[in-house]
Design a protein around this ligand. Structure first.
Ligand SMILES: Cc1cc2nc3c(=O)[nH]c(=O)nc-3n(C[C@H](O)[C@H](O)[C@H](O)COP(=O)(O)OP(=O)(O)OC[C@H]3O[C@@H](n4cnc5c(N)ncnc54)[C@H](O)[C@@H]3O)c2cc1C
Length: 397
């Protein structure tokens, strides 16, 4: 919370001028803090009379940043299966660790997950920290959070990365808050600045219209979640060696207020659009749920899956797990066929790394053609059934 000391404040307005969020106004010679305050601390830094300070959720200014060393990735596993993003994090983590000249550690929680350790080492980890316990079989944020926070406090890594998955997006902000650390969500790029070793965290900002590079100069660890399918996994090397460290946990650490009664797999999510090689995507141009049957037919013919723009999801024609883009999934298929999708930046960020993009749109100026490998200008209701038929014919020949 940002506190204003009324005895010290002189109402100079420096805080108001420097607040990027319009969260402070000076009224009757006193700074007044509004709801949009993000606790960024910019006002604290410019207040010459030291009338402002942040209380609780401390802006963690740790005196000795050099005490923090090493790159960590959280190797997410669900129901005993390692999430592909764990290997992608090792890919980028390896590069960062080499640039910093430090070790890369994978942190693995779960039950009966030791068998993943060799894969993590082969994919780039120098050390695997394993907390293997039946109480960790299911993700429960209070237990996972507590164990991760304690490990970070004890071992002091300078960087902690996790996938921007449902689990990563729940676990990492919680840990960052408790540790008073900086966190950048949904990064699409990470690099080390050579001069001072700072982690540069890049992510789309302002509705995806600009890319912002964020740094955490005062706090450690520097924490970030990274979108699945954005970073390339490292080529596995079975000759690599590493250290496996088992974490012993006591009952107190494993106590939880959450009891998992049942796990139900949604039939909708059975096709994970991030894991298929061919996606046929529909947008507002598809016009209706019925229109999506054409998309489905083409996808089935190509052994692929259906994806969608947010406009189609918002209209209720397709469910959210199919959404591609900034607020949906990032996909990297071999073939992405975009039908009736304009190619807005928020959609493009989720599919532009597809190997081949085919765009079908009746507007020849649609931005999707800027990223398409092949563009078909015309009516999707003519072109899509024609394509499906042609593929069927080719198959029969
Ligand atoms: C913060 C934020 C996050 C967002 N996140 C996402 C996201 O994750 N994913 C996402 O997709 N969007 C997202 N959006 C929305 C995004 O800005 C666009 O509004 C959206 O992508 C548009 O979807 P569309 O291309 O299907 O629709 P439109 O932009 O309306 O385009 C429809 C296209 O279909 C073409 N068309 C129409 N009829 C036919 C036809 N018969 N044959 C051929 N072509 C036809 C038109 O020429 C047009 O180009 C986000 C926006 C914001 C602000």
């Amino acid at each position: 919370m940002l506190i204003v000391d009324a005895d010290k404040c002189i109402g100079c307005g420096a805080c108001e001028d420097n607040c990027a969020f319009g969260a402070i106004i000076v009224e009757d010679d006193l700074a007044v803090v509004g709801d949009s305050c993000t606790l960024c601390g910019a006002c604290v830094d410019v207040c010459d009379v030291e009338a402002l300070h942040i209380e609780g959720g401390e802006k963690a200014v740790q005196a000795d940043l050099s005490a923090w060393s090493g790159i960590w990735i959280f190797a997410e596993s669900r129901h005993g299966v390692l999430a592909p993003v764990a290997l992608e994090l090792l890919g980028i983590g390896r590069k960062l660790a080499e640039q910093r000249g430090v070790e890369l550690t994978a942190v693995l929680f779960g039950s009966d997950v030791q068998s993943h350790a060799d894969q993590l080492i082969a994919s780039g980890a120098d050390i695997v920290l394993i907390a293997d316990n039946p109480a960790l079989a299911q993700y429960r944020e209070d237990v996972y959070g507590r164990v991760l926070e304690q490990l970070i406090k004890e071992k002091k890594p300078e960087v902690v990365l996790a996938g921007a998955t449902a689990i990563g997006r729940s676990l990492i902000p919680q840990a960052a808050t408790v540790l008073g650390a900086g966190l950048t969500a949904d990064c699409t790029g990470l690099a080390i600045r050579e001069e001072d070793g700072m982690l540069l965290q890049t992510r789309p900002a302002f509705g995806g219209n600009i890319m912002a590079t964020i740094e955490c100069p005062h706090s450690r660890p520097q924490m970030a979640t990274v979108r699945p399918n954005v970073m390339a996994p490292a080529e596995p090397d079975s000759e690599r060696t590493g250290q496996i460290v088992k974490i012993e946990l006591n009952d107190e650490q494993l106590a939880s207020r959450v009891e998992v009664l049942e796990t139900v797999t949604s039939s909708e999510e059975q096709v994970n659009i991030q894991e298929v090689e061919v996606l046929v995507a529909g947008g507002r141009g598809v016009e209706s749920e019925k229109g999506f049957e054409l998309i489905q037919e083409l996808a089935a013919e190509l052994n692929g899956a259906v994806a969608a723009s947010r406009a189609a999801v918002d209209a209720g024609w397709v469910s959210y797990p199919h959404q591609v883009g900034q607020t949906g999934k990032t996909v990297c298929p071999k073939l992405y066929i975009a039908c009736g999708i304009s190619g807005a930046i928020q959609h493009a960020v989720g599919m532009q790394s597809a190997e081949t993009v085919v765009a079908i749109n009746r507007d020849e100026n649609a931005p999707i053609f800027d990223i398409a490998t092949y563009g078909l200008v015309g009516d999707l209701f003519e072109i899509v059934p024609l394509l499906t038929r042609k593929i069927q014919e080719q198959r029969r020949e």
